[in-house]
Design a protein around this ligand. Structure first.
Ligand code: GP9
Ligand code: MN
Length: 625
């Protein structure tokens, strides 16, 4: 190439914008994977970028400068979205989750708390280019490069290399989605996800026709290694028959703040007292998927696995789930749910009918009083729920109600007058400190609510279940100070086991008075069958993937989305695959140490994949509403 041709090429849009985008994707890979392997980035990412830039160079004509600027803006915004999503969820966002970004309005406080100044580098040169453009010193020339002998061959080559990358990684299964994006290339990974669809290429062999619910129930029991116990032999079966069921789902409540003391002061003094008279399961695994809060609502009502890649409230919005509300309605209960956010968030206006919940109270019902973060405070929610519960109580019909908290949502900013927990110096102005203050607030208002239930005469004849929907301190992964603070509180390194551990409290006056703490590993899917046992619902004909943990002590629990597919807890370990089982990591549940030889757990890995597959397959057979 002649010198002036070279100069022309190097100042062309095609070259400059491609180079800028490659630099940005190297920066993105550095932020996501902690390393910037330039060769790997070039091999995996360059061809995809070139497909776009060469195409614009070829066809954009006089719109070229604008089209390149737009392309640059789109990619930069996308890269920023990927890095922010990763900071929040620990995953690489895929195209279907990107569709959820419309929901960000509600949690904008959380989003802005995650932005780091360094992220603006994704837009730095665009600003410079705009300034130069305005001052007529724009450095990029709109030359027409030779289309036939330069641009077209570049485009063809880029398509061929991209296709080769695509083919090379098409059949490769990597459980950990971050590792998958690193090894397959971020853009290639996105293309593969689009091609394979939300369910990927999972091919799991099962020996049962999911349409046959009797056979399915038997198969699930077998996979979980559960023995059938007839209802009359089950402990606590029907002990709370006919009682009201009051479910309190606390936003972002993990296990570790419960029972915690800082400088001699309890974070949850009221829950601690309540636990003295309750069945308490401190080692409950979070099993929610991309639907977060709404997935937790789904699980407590169905004991099914939420779907792995989409909020279940969206994917299965049109179904009628066999559910706790439907069962209890059959027993003469009225059913209701309260949540102070807008009903459209997480598609709850569809979720609730899908779950068979009759009355739902949301948004405007709570007014504009005492708004904290996303919506009216949980204090307001409990207060406004009370007259509704009183009315049910007066009618002398039992009720099932669930109260879905909101106030203790990330980033845990409480108004000063609501902060009643004095933090030790080192916790001040930290996310961890604010989180504890938030949980302390929840402890107080749950206590006030229960006192009110007592005053109304509702308490004695009720079962109260309290649990956290999912973790609160997820972003610790990127904030060393908070990792240190939680580590200090726990007395050991803050790890995934701790992060995914939520408390589950079952309180039934007269039944749980002795108080008992069950150290066994359980999961969110177990909450519904355990409650059902107390209420005297046998669930023998219902397809459920959890178990009544008062009668079954052995566990096999899966989680997807927040952990790679195939991750599970059993009685001894938390297992997290990487590419697959062989290169995974097993953590001892007691010591949290890594176990070197975990071959013996391979069967559990295979079984949990089957269980999740069966849950998905079963949900597809459910009737539409
Ligand atoms: C939204 C609220 C918070 O209504 O429940 O949801 P989350 O961000 O925790 O899923
Ligand atoms: Mn939540």
């Amino acid at each position: 190439m002649k010198k002036e041709h070279m100069k022309k090429f190097l100042t062309s849009h095609l070259f400059v914008v491609t180079a800028i985008l490659v630099l940005k994707i190297i920066f993105l890979r550095y932020l996501l994977f902690g390393k910037a392997d330039i060769t790997q980035a070039l091999v995996l990412e360059l061809s995809y970028i070139l497909v776009f830039t060469a195409l614009i160079e070829l066809i954009a004509g006089k719109w070229k400068p604008g089209a390149f600027l737009l392309l640059n803006l789109i990619f930069s915004t996308l890269f920023l979205a990927v890095v922010m999503y990763h900071a929040f969820f620990g995953r690489i966002v895929t195209y279907f989750a990107l569709f959820q970004l419309g929901q960000l309005g509600t949690i904008n406080e959380s989003v802005s708390a995650l932005i780091r100044p360094i992220y603006f580098l994704f837009f730095a040169e665009i600003i410079v280019l705009i300034i130069l453009l305005l001052s007529r010193k724009y450095p990029i020339r709109s030359y027409s490069l030779n289309k036939k002998f330069l641009v077209l061959p570049i485009l063809v080559l880029a398509i061929l290399v991209s296709f080769a990358n695509f083919q090379a990684h098409k059949d490769e299964t990597i459980s950990n989605n971050v590792l998958a994006a690193e090894e397959k290339g971020i853009l290639n990974y996105e293309a593969l996800e689009m091609y394979l669809g939300p369910e990927g290429q999972a091919t799991i062999q099962v020996d049962v026709a999911v349409e046959n619910s009797e056979a399915l129930i038997e198969e699930v029991r077998e996979l979980k290694g559960l023995e059938y116990i007839p209802p009359e032999q089950r402990e606590y079966f029907g002990a709370a028959e006919g009682r009201n069921l009051i479910v309190i789902q606390v936003e972002s409540m993990q296990s570790f703040p419960v029972g915690l003391e800082l400088e001699g002061k309890e974070v949850t003094p009221n829950l601690n007292k309540l636990i003295d008279d309750s069945f308490y399961f401190p080692n409950t695994a979070q099993q929610t998927g991309p639907g977060n809060t709404a997935d937790a609502e789904f699980i407590i009502n169905t004991s099914l696995y939420p779907t792995a890649f989409n909020p279940t409230s969206q994917t299965f919005a049109d179904r009628a789930f066999p559910s706790l509300p439907r069962l209890l309605k059959g027993e003469g209960y009225t059913t209701s749910t309260f949540h102070a956010d807008d009903i459209s968030f997480w598609n709850r206006d569809e979720l609730y009918p899908a779950l068979g919940i009759e009355n739902y109270y949301y948004g405007a019902f709570f007014g504009n009083e005492d708004v904290i973060g996303i919506g009216p405070s949980d204090e307001v929610m409990f207060k406004k729920a009370m007259p509704v519960l009183r009315e049910s109580h007066m009618k002398n019909t039992p009720f099932y109600t669930q109260l879905i908290g909101l106030t203790s949502h990330h980033p845990f900013h409480l108004p000063v007058e609501q902060q009643q927990f004095d933090l030790p110096e080192q916790f001040k102005d930290s996310l961890t400190g604010e989180y504890l203050v938030s949980i302390n607030y929840m402890d107080r208002i749950i206590h006030d609510f229960i006192e009110q239930l007592k005053a109304e005469g509702i308490y004695e004849n009720s079962v109260i279940a309290i649990y956290g929907d999912h973790f609160g301190l997820q972003q610790s992964a990127i904030n060393p100070r908070d990792v240190e603070l939680v580590t200090e509180l726990l007395g050991h390194e803050y790890q995934t086991i701790d992060r995914l551990k939520i408390p589950f409290i079952l309180h039934a006056p007269g039944i749980t008075d002795e108080g008992e703490t069950f150290e066994q590993q359980i999961g969110q899917l177990d909450m519904m069958p355990t409650i059902a046992n107390l209420l005297g619902l046998p669930l023998d004909d219902m397809v459920i993937f959890g178990q009544d943990v008062l009668n079954h002590k052995e566990s096999l629990l899966g989680a997807r989305y927040y952990l790679p597919i195939g991750s599970f807890w059993n009685d001894e370990i938390l297992f997290i695959p990487e590419k697959g089982f062989e290169d995974g990591t097993a953590y001892d549940l007691q010591t949290e140490e890594v176990i070197a030889d975990f071959e013996q757990y391979r069967e559990d890995y295979d079984r949990v994949l089957k269980l999740e597959y069966l849950s998905d397959a079963y949900m597809k057979t459910l009737p539409k509403r």
